[in-house]
Design a protein around this ligand. Structure first.
Ligand code: SAH
Length: 466
C-alpha cells in the first residue's frame, strides 16, 4: 500500500482563480479532498473524477464537524494510503485552525505539508479597492479576530497599527467599535465592511466609527465579511477596480474565454455525454475513409467520435484522405490531441463562419460527414446541402441538464448564452431573464433560440485584445 500524506492547502478567499499553482496541482492529484468553504466547493470541479470529496461543514452555518473529528478523519484517510488534500479558506494557518490539523498529523505520525493560500485579510481589501498600506496613509497593518465566545463582552485587544483588519467580526460590531474608540481611534476614523470579498456578489459598506453600528445594521451585513479601519479606506472609490467591472453570468464551458466581458460568474448548466446508441456511428466509422470531409462543430464531436474509431483499431491514419474542418480554435486544439491538424478552421466561430469558408471552395458533389449533437441547429447542414453537398449526419453526443449552483441575480449585469442548449437549460432552471439584465449570444443561432423564447439579445462583444 502506498504511503498516505496530508496536504493542508489554502484555497484562497473566494475567487477560485486565487488558489496557488501548487494547491491547484495537488487538488488534481488528491484521492480524498476535505472542504468546508464556499470557494472550495467550486474548486472540486478540478479534482480527479474518482476523488472522494468530503464536506466537513457548511460555510457560515452551524453544521460543522467538531475540529477533533476533522483531525481524526484526515489522519485516518492518510493512514489508508490516500493522498489527502484539506482545502481551507484563505490561508491555512490564519485563524483557520490549520495549526491544529498539522499537529494532529504529527501526533499520528502522518506525513504532512502545508501550502499557504491568499488570505482574505489581504485579498478582500485589494478587491474592494483598499491597499492596506500606502505611503500617504500608513506603513503598518494589524490583523485581528473580532470573534468572541457568546456572552464574552471583554474589549478586544487592538494592536497599534495604521490599518486594522478584522476577521470574524460581523456578530461583534459594537464591541469592535467601542474597543477602537477606547484605544484612542477617533469617531471620524473610516471603516469599511467588505462582504463576500473577491466574489461576484462582493459588497462594500462604509462609514466611520461614529455611525458604523447604525450603518451596518441598516445594510444587514452578510457573512463572510471583514472590516478595514484606517485612513486607507479613503482610497476605496478611486481604486475600486473589481467593483467597477460588470458581472457576467456565463453558462457553458470555457469561461476563461470571456474574461474581456467583465467578472465572469460561471455556472455549468449542461454537460455533454456520449450518444445513447452508437450503432449508427459505428456503421459510419466502417466507411469513414470514403468521405471527402468531416466537420467538427464542437470538441464533443471529436471526443465522442475518436474513441469509436479506436474501438475498431483505427486512428488518425484512417482519415489520411479525408479533409477535416473545425468550427473554431478550441475544437481545432482538441483535434490535435488525436493527431489531426484541421484543413479548415472557421474564422468566425459559428455555423455561418464555416459556411463562409466552404463557400470559398467548390464542394458541390462532395460527401461530408457531420458528427453532431442530438439537438443541433439546421443552419450548417442546410447551408451545405444548398451548396450541392451530399451530407451524412449522425448523433455522437447529447447534452444533459445539470443543476447549477444558485445565482444572486441582483449582482448580475449580463448573461452570455454560448449555445441554444444553454438558453433552454437556463429557462428550465431560472424561469426567466430578470428585468434589467443584458443578454449576449455567442453566435446568431444561439440568439435565434433566445428569440424564440422572447429573449432579446445582442452578439457578444469581441475581445479587443484577441
Ligand atoms: N483562513 C482564512 C480566515 C478564516 S476565518 C483566511 O486566511 O482568509 C474566517 C473569516 O475570514 C470570516 O469570518 C471573514 O472575516 C473572513 N473571510 C473569509 N473569506 C472572506 C471573503 N470572501 N470575504 C470577506 N471575508 C472573508
Amino acid at each position: 500500500m502506498s504511503k498516505g500524506k496530508v496536504y493542508l492547502v489554502g484555497a484562497g478567499p473566494g475567487d477560485i482563480e486565487l488558489i496557488t499553482l501548487k494547491g491547484f496541482r495537488l487538488l488534481g492529484k488528491a484521492d480524498v479532498i476535505f472542504y468546508d468553504h464556499l470557494s472550495s466547493a467550486q474548486l472540486l470541479e478540478f479534482a480527479k473524477p474518482d476523488a472522494e470529496t468530503i464536506s466537513v461543514g457548511k460555510f457560515a452555518s452551524k453544521h460543522t464537524l467538531p475540529q477533533g473529528e476533522i483531525n481524526k478523519r484526515l489522519v485516518d484517510k492518510a493512514k489508508d494510503g490516500n493522498v489527502v488534500v484539506r482545502l481551507k479558506g484563505g490561508d491555512c494557518y490564519l485563524f483557520g485552525r490549520g495549526g491544529e490539523e498539522a499537529e494532529a498529523c504529527l501526533e499520528a505520525d502522518v506525513e504532512f505539508e502545508v501550502v499557504p493560500g491568499i488570505t482574505s485579510a489581504l485579498a478582500v481589501p485589494c478587491y474592494a479597492g483598499i491597499p492596506p498600506t500606502h505611503r500617504d496613509c500608513t506603513s503598518n497593518i494589524a490583523i485581528v479576530t473580532g470573534h468572541r465566545k457568546a456572552g464574552d463582552t471583554r474589549p478586544i485587544d487592538i494592536p497599534k497599527a495604521g490599518t486594522v483588519v478584522f476577521l470574524m467580526s460581523v456578530g461583534n460590531i459594537q464591541n469592535i467599535v467601542e474597543s477602537l474608540l477606547r484605544e484612542g481611534w477617533s469617531k471620524d476614523a473610516l471603516i469599511a465592511a467588505v462582504e463576500r470579498g473577491t466574489c461576484y456578489d462582493q459588497r462594500v459598506v462604509k462609514g466611520n466609527l461614529g455611525n458604523f453600528i447604525e450603518v451596518a445594521e441598516k445594510a444587514k451585513l452578510r457573512k463572510p465579511a471583514i472590516f478595514i479601519v484606517g485612513k486607507v479606506v479613503e482610497m476605496q472609490e478611486k481604486l475600486d477596480w473589481f467593483g467597477k467591472k460588470p458581472n457576467v453570468l456565463v453558462l457553458g464551458n470555457h469561461p476563461e474565454r470571456y474574461k474581456h466581458l467583465g467578472n465572469i460568474v460561471h455556472r455549468r448548466i449542461i454537460e455533454c455525454a456520449g450518444a445513447d446508441d452508437f450503432s449508427q456511428v459505428d456503421e459510419v466509422v466502417e466507411r469513414i475513409a470514403d468521405f471527402d470531409w468531416i466537420i467538427f462543430t464542437s470538441v464533443n464531436g471529436a471526443k465522442n467520435l475518436f474513441p469509436r474509431l479506436a474501438k475498431k483499431g483505427l486512428d488518425a491514419r484512417s482519415l489520411a484522405n479525408v479533409k477535416i474542418a473545425a468550427i473554431g480554435s478550441t475544437t481545432a486544439a482538441k483535434l490535435s490531441e488525436y493527431g489531426i491538424i484541421p484543413d479548415m478552421v472557421a474564422v468566425t466561430e459559428s455555423s455561418a463562419g464555416l459556411l463562409e469558408e466552404f463557400a470559398k471552395i467548390d464542394v458541390s458533389g462532395k460527401k461530408i460527414f457531420l458528427p453532431q449533437a442530438e439537438v443541433s441547429s439546421k443552419e450548417l447542414p442546410d447551408g451545405l446541402v444548398a451548396m450541392g453537398v451530399e451530407i451524412e449526419k449522425t448523433v455522437v453526443y447529447k447534452t444533459v441538464d445539470i443543476e447549477p449552483a444558485p445565482v444572486d441575480f441582483d449582482y448580475i449585469d449580463a448573461i452570455l448564452f454560448t449555445s441554444g442548449s444553454t438558453v433552454r437549460a437556463f429557462l428550465k432552471h431560472f424561469k426567466e431573464v430578470p428585468a434589467g439584465i443584458k443578454v449576449y449570444g455567442l453566435g446568431a443561432p444561439t440568439l435565434a433560440v433566445a428569440n424564440e423564447y422572447g429573449i432579446d439579445g445582442e452578439p457578444m462583444p469581441k475581445d479587443p485584445n484577441a
